[in-house]
Design a binder for this molecule. Structure first.
Ligand SMILES: C[S@@+](CC[C@H](N)C(=O)[O-])C[C@H]1O[C@@H](n2cnc3c(N)ncnc32)[C@H](O)[C@@H]1O
Length: 214
């Protein structure tokens, strides 16, 4: 899957995409990540990407021209939907993430300030997604959140091929939250691991785990 991310803070992504599972997924050519600086598309001589809002009010608004040029250029390279991250969008769920994981690509537009000029939302955005009912300073963390959640569902990305099939919110768990996990030692500061998990009886273990789904 190809991810293209439009942002005015490209460096925010550096460390996250160069570590761990996301790093290995790129090395194995299972995902491709391209970060684009919106500023480089600005025709303003100072590379400005924001302006004051019509009608007045606090804060700046991201201007249409650099966003239009950036999205139009990236759409030629990525056949996936253009997704604007915004608290006003539909809330991200695991079911949505599963659908996204089947796409050939995704283009994320990260807003800043008060958001983007409405005319871009009206004409160039395919979907608006929120990662929750709170307001962040920018769309970069939401973009990384979706990229991460989607990438781990792409076949081959996780070490154990099907480990994502039994996670919180998976179909296998009826969209419920997962059971508790324990590892060695069996006794930690007087707290014992439940006997059933040490019994070696897999039927009983499965039953216990199912009973602990929330
Ligand atoms: C300070 S916010 C703008 C909030 C906007 N004025 C509002 O009240 O809905 C700046 C940018 O952060 C991103 N953002 C903030 N919270 C978000 C959330 N919960 N989900 C997705 N994106 C978010 C969006 O890209 C947004 O354009």
């Amino acid at each position: 899957m190809r991810f293209d991310i439009l942002t005015i803070f490209p460096e925010i992504f550096d460390s996250y995409i160069k570590e761990s599972i996301i790093k290995r997924a790129q090395e194995k050519d299972l995902i491709e990540i391209h970060i684009h600086d919106i500023r480089s598309f600005s025709k303003d001589k100072h590379k400005k990407v924001d302006d004051i809002p019509f009608g007045g009010g606090a804060g700046m608004v991201m201007t249409a021209q650099p966003l239009h040029d950036a999205i139009t250029a990236i759409k030629k390279l990525n056949k996936g939907p253009v997704i604007y991250l915004t608290p006003q969008g539909k809330t991200l769920t695991q079911t949505k993430v599963e659908k996204f994981a089947k796409l050939p690509g995704m283009i994320f537009l990260c807003g800043r300030y008060e958001g983007i000029d409405q005319r871009i939302r009206d004409t160039l955005i395919d979907q608006e997604i929120s990662i929750g009912s709170y307001v962040l300073t920018g769309g970069e963390l939401p973009a990384l959140t979706i990229l991460d959640a989607v990438s781990r569902l792409i076949p081959g990305v996780l070490g154990k091929e099907n480990s994502h099939l039994e996670d919180s919110f998976s179909k296998a768990f009826n969209r419920k939250k997962e059971y508790p996990h324990y590892t060695r030692p069996a006794n930690f500061k007087g707290m014992e691991v439940p006997e059933v998990l040490r019994s070696g009886d897999h039927k009983k273990i499965d039953k216990w785990r199912k009973s602990k789904l929330k």
